[in-house]
Design a binder for this molecule. Sequence first.
Ligand code: AHG
Ligand code: MN
Ligand code: MN
Ligand code: MN
Length: 336
Amino acid sequence: MTDTSMTFIQFLLDERRRLDTDRDLTTLLHSVATACKAISNALKNGALADVLGSLESENVQGETQKKLDVIANEIFLKRCEFSGVLGAMVSEEMDHIYEIPAKFPKGRYVLLFDPLDGSSNIDVNVSVGSIFSILKLNDVPDTNSYDQVLRPGVEQVAAGYALYGPSTMLVLSTGSGVHGFTLDGNIGEFRLTHRDITIPADCAEFAINMSREQWWEPPVQRYVKECVEGEAGPRGKYINMRWIASMVAEVHRVLMRGGVFMYPIDEKTRDKGGRLRLFYEANPMAFLIEQAGGAASTGRGRIMEVAPKDPHQRVPVILGSRNEVALIEQYHAEHD
Ligand code: AHG
Ligand code: MN
Ligand code: MN
Ligand code: MN
């Protein structure tokens, strides 16, 4: 049975002793966890705290910002700049690299994050999350350009997310399996509740925004058609569907009970390369999914091998149970 007495920081210290991980990474992850606790707290009172709704502003993605997109971004910056181990921060909500203020020491780590994922769900009180990805560079980066942070996902040293659902959870991998922690409000600490999460190779559940079917490419249309045909179709079984429109909640479900999550490229997103962002969504989730024994693909290759050209670059995302992802890749190969 999982030892629920272990707090997040105890887990990190234990990993450090067992695996000889870097002390600076422990410091950074502790800061990230503190940011997630603060965001969880900001979300908790919803309309009572006047934190819902949109702002006038648009982010670099061309999306109207929610108040909480900006609040969560600020929380990440303020909690993590203090760590003394970061050389830069890069966020979905910022059009520039965040330079660490001169009053703090700098380090070789770079934190890339989606401060609030699923923000369209905020005003209807549905689960949202935060996603983070961590790189370790050879030197403290020059923040005048993105050049040094344009690294492929295979170079991530850690990644994870916080899920603000009925309970708040933190799910993390430092490259040695995937582990889940639940926020214990009584002591204000995350506690280990899910050690060594693994995804079953097969599944009977898929997640996709079905309203976009008309714009999908033929391989995705084929896969989903065969899923919904159920027992009468070539799959010969009923396959259930879910769509929450919060990637964190979706990926969490896949990690907990298997399944496949897709936001494929389609006619409407072709000019941008897809819907989801490589740095803030696709790479960190791909790292976790692969660490849990699943697969994460664009349909035509491994997400973590995509060579980034732009920090806000988007990619097609197909991830989850590895046999399902392999089948969808096969349909792409047969079509191309
Ligand atoms: P964000 O709120 O960070 O901009 O990301 C939202 C993403 C992702 O969470 C979700 O999978 C997807 O957008 C939902 O898209 P649809 O609105 O097309 O369902
Ligand atoms: Mn957004
Ligand atoms: Mn997002
Ligand atoms: Mn977001």
